[in-house]
Write a protein that binds this ligand. Structure first.
Ligand code: ATP
Ligand code: MG
Length: 196
């Protein structure tokens, strides 16, 4: 039987409950076997802010986030590949293993997908499983889903779940790790004096 794999990429600087809950809901809605969290090596479309965690630290924090979730795993694929991390290359490698893929992305990422490397190929390789990042995102998501269907024949699923409007930026700037990241991640941030 084909493995149905969810793939959630990001900088995870730091990982937070928004990432975990989005993945949990998509997995249930689409009946995925597993979700891979894929910390990128170098994000091609964004500059890492000052006082970021290192790549190794982002990676370790994602490992701590998935540790107690039997359905979730950490993927080393982009860090192992090195250089700039392009989602299309990651999907190609994972699809080559014969798995059916669902790329899990929030609103901001669905809105900018056309600017990614090889968007048509991304849409050919994976279902796009999208989660709203705030309650008023949904109309924009529906419009963009229709647009990507028209442009690339994308299979876009808007997964209906309560939005958890948290971001890593907000956490880095305002704190709140204890409530908004898993306890092991909050402890790691404290122990390593991150985001001070
Ligand atoms: P930053 O503020 O540093 O950009 P972020 O919170 O947006 O961090 P990323 O690592 O950039 O986190 O995002 C990885 C993926 O997770 C993206 O597809 C993003 O849209 C999605 N995502 C992030 N936060 C949420 C959330 N609260 N709800 C749903 N999806 C989310
Ligand atoms: Mg982001």
């Amino acid at each position: 039987m084909t493995i149905r794999l969810g793939v959630m990429g990001g900088t995870f600087n730091p990982p937070h409950r928004g990432h975990l809950e989005a993945a949990r809901h998509v997995r249930a809605a689409l009946g995925l076997d597993r979700v891979l969290f894929v910390p990128n090596n170098i994000p091609p479309h964004k500059r890492m802010p000052a006082h970021s965690a290192t790549t190794a630290q982002r990676f370790e924090m994602v490992g701590l986030m998935v540790r107690d979730e039997p359905w979730a795993a950490l993927s080393t694929i982009e860090v192992d590949r090195g250089g700039a991390s392009y989602t299309v290359e990651t999907l190609r490698a994972l699809a080559g293993e014969g798995q059916a893929l669902a790329l899990i992305i929030g609103t901001d990422m669905l809105m900018t997908l056309e600017q990614w490397r090889e968007p048509a190929e991304i849409c050919r390789l994976a279902t796009l499983a999208t989660v709203a990042r705030s309650e008023d995102d949904r109309a924009a998501l529906r419009r963009q889903a229709a647009r990507l269907q028209g442009l690339y024949g994308a299979d876009v699923r808007l997964v209906d779940c309560p939005a958890l409007p948290v971001s890593s930026t907000q956490l880095r700037e305002q704190g709140g790790f204890d409530c908004l990241t898993p306890p092991a991640v909050a402890a790691y941030i404290e122990e390593h004096h991150l985001y001070r």
